[in-house]
Ligand binder design. Structure first.
Ligand SMILES: NC(=O)c1ccc[n+]([C@@H]2O[C@H](COP(=O)([O-])OP(=O)(O)OC[C@H]3O[C@@H](n4cnc5c(N)ncnc54)[C@H](O)[C@@H]3O)[C@@H](O)[C@H]2O)c1
Length: 343
């Protein structure tokens, strides 16, 4: 089959594209290669994909309405996996319009392309951040997510609403995935696994927010890829999300580990893998942050007979090995695909 994967030079986009290519599919990967974080990492990721004959890279911005419309007019995609977005809760306080542009306008151009081309299935990335300060745990897809605490979360919830309307109006089958703190080799430099590892390796102090009283449902990248690979084959039929609401071929799934990890245990795992103890600066909670994330994965497990399960100690060990052995020793300078990911 032929797939469009947006955000292909991003962390999750790389791994999902690799999986599809290894299964023999054709992948058109789209990314604008923005500099929200070091573009060298995006080049490094593309270098993993370029050797595949069935991979084509397209540098294009989602907000380029004409460009995206032309793409869909010129090529037929069986399925679209839409992962490109402006990610990061904290950055949404500093650069709100980046979120409006990439996440809202970007979702719109993809929805329009998919409906005109009658794509078989659109799978898109939402986020656990839509649960905000939800106090009912674990977080269930049926919980109310009407009260976001960051603009990032608000845009992801908006993407879900936009997707539902297109599913209802045009019969476009859409699946939204609420990812829970994804980490692993090739991960994002703005997230805690990278920030802490980098600081500890360089003997720099780490900032521990809310004095360490936080927990995250960390989800290892291989588990996430497995879920995406299986779910893109589960095309939602017409259904109501709740009694008394409109029918649409639409479904939302939590993609999490169902195992919240205390910040202290997470830091201890990185210290163990780095073989060093971190100097810690304890700080208050940051605006927009949430205390705990915890995924109810029963809906996920029911349809794909799989749910993420990797322990934080195993996952962190893989990430730290990759960071030291692959990224620091040459990966940063990749341009020709010689540096392979060790997952
Ligand atoms: N990593 C996580 O823990 C996590 C958690 C929840 C949700 N998500 C969501 O999953 C998706 C992938 O996340 P990621 O961690 O791989 O992030 P990432 O930042 O590594 O990847 C996103 C990619 O999208 C590209 N992009 C951004 N705006 C674009 C635009 N306007 N046009 C074209 N390309 C654009 C970026 O260049 C980047 O390569 C995102 O939608 C993110 O919001 C991620």
């Amino acid at each position: 089959m032929k797939y469009l994967v947006t955000g292909t030079a991003g962390f999750i986009g790389l791994h999902v594209s690799l999986r599809l290519l290894r299964e023999g599919h054709e992948v058109v990967g789209l990314d604008n290669m923005n500099s929200y974080y070091d573009p060298a990492l995006k080049t490094y990721r593309l270098a993993q994909l370029n050797p595949y004959e069935r991979f084509t890279f397209l540098e294009l911005d989602l907000t380029d309405r004409q460009g995206i419309a032309e793409l869909f007019r010129g090529e037929h995609f069986d399925r679209v996996i839409h992962l490109a977005a402006q990610a990061g809760v904290r950055h949404s306080l500093k650069a709100p319009f980046d979120y409006v542009d990439s996440n809202l306008v970007g979702m719109m151009t993809i929805l329009e392309g998919c409906r005109h081309q009658q794509v078989e299935h659109l799978v898109f990335a939402s986020s656990s951040s839509v649960y905000g300060m939800n106090s009912t745990i674990p977080f269930s897809e049926t919980d109310s997510v009407d009260y976001p605490v960051s603009l990032y979360a608000a845009t992801k919830k908006s993407c879900e609403l936009m997707a539902h309307s297109y599913a209802h109006l045009y019969g476009l089958p859409v699946t939204g995935l609420r990812f829970f703190t994804v980490y692993g080799p090739g991960g994002r430099p703005d997230m805690a696994p990278w920030l802490f590892t980098e600081a500890i390796v360089n003997d720099q102090p780490i900032k521990v927010f809310n004095h360490g009283e936080m927990a995250r449902d960390f989800t290892y990248i291989d588990d996430v890829v497995e879920c995406v690979a299986r779910l893109q084959n589960v095309i939602p039929g017409w259904q109501r999300q709740e009694e008394g609401t409109a029918r649409a071929p639409y479904k939302i799934y939590n993609v999490g580990n169902h195992q919240p990890v205390e910040l202290k245990r997470f830091i201890a795992a990185i210290e163990q893998s780095c073989g060093k103890t971190a100097e810690k600066i304890y700080l208050d909670m940051q605006p927009g942050d949430v205390l705990k994330t915890y995924a109810d994965t029963s809906r996920l497990n029911a349809v794909i007979s799989y749910a993420p399960q990797r322990s934080i100690e195993q996952g962190v060990e893989h990430f730290v090995r990759w960071y030291q052995d692959s990224w620091l020793s040459g990966g940063r300078d990749a341009d020709d695909g010689r540096h392979k990911l060790r997952c």
